[in-house]
Design a binder for this molecule. Structure first.
Ligand code: RBV
Length: 422
């Protein structure tokens, strides 16, 4: 029996088309790993609950986990990122899905609880909401050993778990998959980077000649800055980290405090993982240029002070799908993308399948690793083993038909030795 609550089961046919496209672009998880999993069944008897964006790429991950023998439960990791057609198609394939686009906060947590009620052994989170809920509301799953290991997909979630671990509050073995090289150097830099086109989807705007603020210069935002510059924008980077600020400066961007940058900005895009990147004050809001586009690509909707912007606006008018025009008391207009939620998933379809192939290959291999090694873990953060990271890199290169050099014995000894010098 499949357990589910989705928006409309009749959308399944359309969802299957999306899955077909994704699978053709995800050869590592959608072909190589899935085929091996179907034969070896490394996840037999295991229930896996994923709190992930319900997209065609997540569908391909779910297929691989199921092929490996797992019972799979999914709920959305953001109320606005669920692709209802894909959710419906997954249900037809025997995946238990609790997700629909536009669910309320209360419904969002209801969906998480439905997944946790299935007594999952492995939790795959994106943003930490499911694993934090397990700690708060389902502690027995942790205490009685039902949960054997957890995986986190995104930077913001890893940040939350590091804080939990520091406070002694993290009671499960937690693998920060986001921190693996095959994840953050591709999904974050290229996927989120290319996500700046959500501003184009939203307002059909030309980047060339525009002044664009990119808030942050981490993996995600540095990718965004590069893409915005590539489209001909005049890019200003804002940062709080001195080294990242220097990196941005030496990469040729203007770097300055956000307050100085705002009056000239045509587009402001955030991906910092931090709160109130634009301070929620009237003085700050009044600095905006008339017609500025505001978009967030970070995990939560608090980077741009959405709530305070809504309160300050004298009029809020939906102008396009997931774009609102906010008119301030002084008559200036601001165009807010995706209600401040991650625009790269809400206005477009999330990160392209090609990069999610690596992220989800890591997630699937880590689930297998957790099953094999479950006896050896202690609660706390545990890095993804570098050989699993390498394996994903090797498989991706193989799938792309790219060959690389191998160390000779002489080179191996040189690199691992200290005798040879001047
Ligand atoms: N993300 N998933 C998708 N197409 O399924 N797109 C982006 C997808 C993930 C990405 O790995 C990132 O770390 C996270 O969403 C942010 O919530």
């Amino acid at each position: 029996m499949v357990n589910y609550k989705v928006a409309d089961e009749k959308l399944a046919e359309k969802g299957k088309e999306a899955l077909y496209i994704a699978e053709s672009k995800m050869p590592v998880i959608g072909d190589i790993i899935r085929k091996r999993f179907s034969v070896e069944k490394p996840l037999k008897g295991i229930t896996i609950a994923g709190c992930l964006h319900i997209t065609k790429e997540t569908g391909i991950l779910a297929r691989a986990l199921k092929a490996g023998g797992a019972e799979v439960y999914l709920c959305g990791s953001n109320p606005l990122s669920t692709q209802d057609d894909v959710a419906a198609a997954m249900v037809q394939e025997g995946i238990n899905v609790f997700a629909w686009h536009g669910n309320t906060d209360e419904e969002f947590y209801w969906c998480i609880r439905e997944c946790l009620k299935a007594n999952p052994n492995i939790l795959i989170d994106d943003g930490a909401d499911m694993i934090v809920t397990a700690h708060k509301e389902f502690p027995e799953l942790i205490e009685n050993g039902t949960i054997i290991g957890c995986q986190e997909e995104t930077t913001t979630g890893v940040k939350r778990f590091k804080a939990m671990d520091k406070n002694g509050a993290l009671k499960v073995p937690l693998f920060p998959v986001n921190d693996a090289r095959c994840k953050n150097q591709f999904d974050n830099e290229l996927g989120t980077g290319q996500g700046i086109i959500s501003a184009i989807y939203g307002m059909h705007v030309l980047f060339a000649g525009k002044t664009v603020i990119i808030a942050g210069y981490g993996h995600c935002s540095s990718g965004m800055a590069l893409k915005a510059r590539g489209l001909g924008a005049n890019v200003i980077v804002t940062e709080i980290d001195p080294i990242k600020a220097l990196q941005a400066k030496f990469a040729g961007y203007q770097v300055m405090p956000i307050e100085k940058a705002i009056p000239n900005a045509d587009i402001i895009l955030t991906a910092t993982g931090c709160k109130h990147v634009i301070q929620p004050t009237k003085e700050m809001f009044e600095l905006f240029k008339d017609g500025v586009i505001l978009g967030n690509l970070g995990h939560f909707d608090i980077e741009i002070p959405t709530k305070e912007l809504y309160e300050y606006a004298k009029e809020i008018k939906p102008v396009r799908t997931n774009v609102e025009e906010l008119t301030f008391p002084n008559g200036k207009r601001v165009y807010l993308l995706a209600k401040g939620r991650l625009a790269n998933l809400v206005l477009s379809e999330g990160h392209p399948s090609e990069v999610m192939d690596m992220s989800f290959a890591l997630q699937s291999l880590m689930s297998e690793y957790i099953v094999i090694n479950k006896e050896s873990f202690k609660p706390g953060m545990i890095n993804v083993p570098s050989d699993i990271d390498d394996q994903v890199g090797i498989l991706k290169l193989k799938a792309m038909g790219v060959k690389i050099d191998k160390l000779t014995e002489e080179q191996y000894n040189y690199i691992h030795g200290y005798e040879e010098g001047t």
